[in-house]
Design a protein around this ligand. Sequence first.
Ligand code: GLC
Length: 748
Amino acid sequence: MNKTNLRGAMLALMLGTASVAGIANAQVTTRPWADPKLSADQRADLLVKAMTQDEKLTLVYGYFGSPQTQPKFHPPAEARMGSAGYVPGIARLGLPPQWETDAGVGVATQRDSTDPYRERTSLPSGIATAATWNPDLAHKGGAMIGSEARDSGFNVMLAGGVNLLREPRNGRNFEYAGEDPLLAGTMVGAQIAGIQSNHIISTVKHYAFNNQETGRMVLSANIADDQARMSDLLAFEFAIEHADPGSVMCAYNRINGVYACENDYLLNQVLKTDWAYKGYVMSDWGGVHSTVDAANHGLDQESAGESFDKQKFFEGPLKAAVAAGQVPQARLDDMARRIVRAMVAHGVVDHPVTIKPIDFTANAKVTQADAEEAIVLLKNDKALLPLAKTAKKIAVIGSHADVGVMAGGGSSTVTPVGGNAVSGLGPKGFPGPIVYHPSSPLKAIQARNPGAQVRYADGTDPAAAAKLAADSDLVVVFAHQWAAEALDASLTLTDGQDALIAAVAAANPKTVVVLETGGPVLMPWLDKVGAVLEAWYPGTRGGEAIARVLYGEVDASGRLPATFPASLDQLPYPKLPGQDVAKDTRFEVDYAEGAAVGYKWYDLKGHTPLFPFGHGLSYTSFAYGGLTAQARNGTVTVSFQVKNIGARAGKAVPQVYVGPQIATGAGGWEAPRRLAGWKKLALAPGASQTVTLTVDPRLLATFDSKTKTWIVAPGDYQVSLGASSRDLKAQVPVTVAARTLPVSYDGK
Ligand code: GLC
């Protein structure tokens, strides 16, 4: 290029840059809220100031994203057809629409949709990711599904299910993260942060005490404030502190008699005042029951009211309520402000989503890594696992293991890449059908045993299965428990699977059981089988993940995020509340256990569970030592070492529990011990690692409702180091000074 041209090119470039800068400056002057140098608060204030009343009202109502026949409804054309929701944008102000997709394991579309983004990558279930006890994996998984949401044109992901596993029969336990507030809040918080790293909003849900599906729309969960704050609300608090989710989704049920989505205590007092939450509250789909109460008590956005509420409450009636002064104008301004503040804060405005191709191969690696670390080795007699590759005849039985792995049902179900591996199973309508991801454990086992005869029986005929088992060197029997939204599940395996397992084990003691369940199940055949793996719903690459653990290509490193009961008698409610109540008839669930959820209940009552919280075997062995605990101005720091004393690499999950030395339950403690920290350690043979962690002082405190403070009583506490909540390796006392923390304390 000669000098003249060069000069011309430079001039053009400068003018071009000038014009781009000019536009940007012009934009900032005409749209001051677009200035990225301003804070999200400042930009939200400027946006709301610029809005008309109707624009504010546009933001607070979202439509279902799927055509409905009953009531008849078709979403606006701009919606992503077949999706969960759509809120129109405000082009005049540069605000994009809010395109909403479910949920916590990937982009889930409504069953009947033929939308272009139907098949997507599925993580293993939420409880599986919790079973990894690995927040980094949870973050990676969230980042992956958030990228698929973004590349599918969504900027709001309805993820972050964190309801505590109080009721092991809850049909949605698979979507959540187990029974402990610290584990659940930390793991779900990590996933939410991963999702939001894609410049999209994630929810945390279902706020709060949506702990069973039976009667979810009508029941009242009744619990005292202090017990609430030390259990389910603490899980939400930890998740919000970890990830600052753009939105909180309020639940269907009532809490102490008041619906969650119009509950002033939950929304205005706890969430928005005590925790100073700056995001917005969206309703669950069908969770709104009023206009004035819902708006004044803290709801900011009604979801899909035209399809799921008795009427639309925030489109139409809200405008009139504001005009009549029943809902203050300032409240409507605050609703709009919270929504746009979240959109600005999480990059939805500055990084508009566009539909892009997805790298399913790369994403499959992410979900597989999660699934592998989620698998819990519950039992392993005579080191039956890892499977030897010397077996000449291997029987693989049951649960469609020849073609795939089970997924949980309902709004969170991702349509598999490659389609459903088993069609025609389960309910035709919602929350069905039963979905299997096309990742065959049988094929993965065959691939590892090219010289062996690997035969499959579907398990529908126990006698035939037993015959095959008798004629095999090794047996791997797969058993499932399908759990789904809107239903509660039995802890007893369905479809005669207990009899199948018993028959197979009687025919061949070298039987491995692989469970694909949504949560805890009973195991009447446990002492008859050689080994048991809990694989949960292992997602898109579940078959491969199961085989890698079966053959020891990776250590079994999952640990239970929930207690497995030995019998229903051990539960706070042996009979599921509301079981015999007529549909849509209100009933009360008095949470007598209060904050003593899961292992805390078992410790308080002295029950011996089938498998305790935190349990999980490894293919190697670990030694634990050097436990020390120091207290300095109310904060306890714990340190210890873990060494791999076995012959192969493995992953340990040492857990720290704390409790008062004083008698159980005294001083307001709900139970002898609480999980106070953990670390997942990958250790080569002979390697050791020192871990130091600090205990959040709220875990040493009880909540005092009168003063709304966390109170750490002075005195001696017990610090325990365990391989589970029951397998305690070392204990040291520590003396802690009195400390009082404000309700606004956020762990920093
Ligand atoms: C469902 C669920 C909620 C989901 C929403 C949209 O009923 O309760 O988790 O995000 O509706 O599908």
